[in-house]
Write a protein that binds this ligand. Sequence first.
Ligand code: FES
Length: 96
Amino acid sequence: MFRRLETSADVVRFDFEGRTIIARPGDTVAAALLAAGEITLRVTAVSGSPRAPYCMMGVCFECLMEIDGAGNRQACLTPVVEGMQVRRQSGARGVL
Ligand code: FES
């Protein structure tokens, strides 16, 4: 569905639920996952519906994920970092 316009030799690797995702420096988590074919980034708290990033600019909050153990992180605003741990967010997260 999504493909990159250009390739780069520089890569950043991070873990997405046990799968190693190869991204480019400067990618956001959401962009890297979409490019890797991962569409569902969270499921809703009420119905369990799968949700995908929509606005890609921090407005819709459809991209909330668990990143390095912290929930409610907006994947479309979070740059990839080598070795980061990313998981789908399932349902509501508590406020700490
Ligand atoms: S995709 Fe809309 S806030 Fe991230």
